[in-house]
Design a protein around this ligand. Structure first.
Ligand SMILES: [Zn+2]
Length: 293
């Protein structure tokens, strides 16, 4: 058995020795990273092929060739947020980190991780779904990848006789600022922070989050949505389309937000399925420090 397994390797080495190995034919066994389902920005960086550039070409003939062993594909775990250098301190003394890769589908945006100042996501489009309003305005937009996923999710719900409507999706930094200030004026800053985000800290600014409600338009972004059949359908099926219920019940100490059964965040199916299966939050997935009030 051992002989059978090692024989092909000897043959390969022999062929390589006879043919004179070059850097080019050493990389033919690179694994295919295309089909891992991980967005490019989070794909593991493959090892550089080892080509000794310090040796003149005529001497490379006599160096010992590296055995031709295919590189094992690495595990599909996206990297957590890498904060940028320019951290800042909020007015209330809380320190926050500015995210280095705000475009990543799997980005973690919360009270501790902030989007860069005036960040605007690329490829914002209007998803072909119904909203509780009819105007073609910014808050109907999502990033293309999330827009396509939400269209499929709404269609999937319709097949189960569940009607969903969009309430609010993309929000610019300026809009989030105005919104937060309005809540602070109404409820005071401490209370406002439990349900609204400081500008730069809202997932709605990523173009990957959408608040939804049932077809009757009642309970739009309010607690009673949690008791609807639409909320139950989302809790069961959203992950199949790459979305997670971002602020689950009983996880306020970790996410920093009250239960929001209507707030869906697109993370891609690799993450959404794992998070749903294990009953995690995005913070727990990344082992991030819980967000305190
Ligand atoms: Zn929301």
């Amino acid at each position: 058995m051992r002989y059978i397994l090692t024989l092909p390797i000897y043959i390969v080495i022999l062929i390589v020795l006879l043919s004179g190995c070059t850097g080019d034919n050493m990389v033919i066994n690179e694994p295919n990273h295309e089909d891992t389902g991980i967005p490019n920005e989070h794909a593991p960086v493959p090892d550089e092929p080892s080509v000794d550039t310090t040796v003149p070409p005529e001497q490379q003939e006599v160096t010992t060739p590296t055995p031709v062993v295919p590189e094992q594909p690495k595990e599909e775990i996206p990297e957590p947020n890498k904060p940028a250098e320019n951290d800042k301190t909020l007015d209330n003394g809380e320190s926050v980190q500015v995210i280095a890769e705000p475009e990543a589908i799997t980005v973690l945006v919360n009270k501790q991780f902030s989007l860069p100042m005036n960040y605007k996501p690329a490829e914002l489009v209007y998803p072909n779904i119904n909203f509780i309003f009819s105007e073609m305005i910014d808050k109907r937009k999502l990033r293309k990848v999330a827009a396509e996923a939400v269209e499929m999710m709404f269609a999937g719900a319709a097949e189960d006789q569940i009607t969903l409507l969009g309430v609010s999706a993309y929000r610019s930094n300026a809009t989030q600022k105005a919104l937060f200030e309005r809540y602070v004026k109404r409820d005071g800053e401490a209370e406002a922070r439990t349900f609204s985000a400081v500008p730069g800290h809202s997932e709605h600014e990523t173009g990957l989050a959408i608040d939804v409600t049932g077809g009757d338009g009642k309970c739009a972004a309010v607690d009673c949505f949690g008791d609807t059949k639409e909320a139950a359908w989302l809790a069961e099926h959203a992950a199949e389309y790459g979305f997670i219920i971002r602020y689950p019940e009983g996880k306020q100490d970790i996410t920093g937000y009250k239960y929001e059964p209507w707030h869906l965040r697109y993370v891609g199916t690799t993450l959404s399925l794992e998070i749903a299966e294990k009953g995690l939050t995005l913070e727990e997935y990344y082992n991030a420090v819980p967000v305190s009030q």
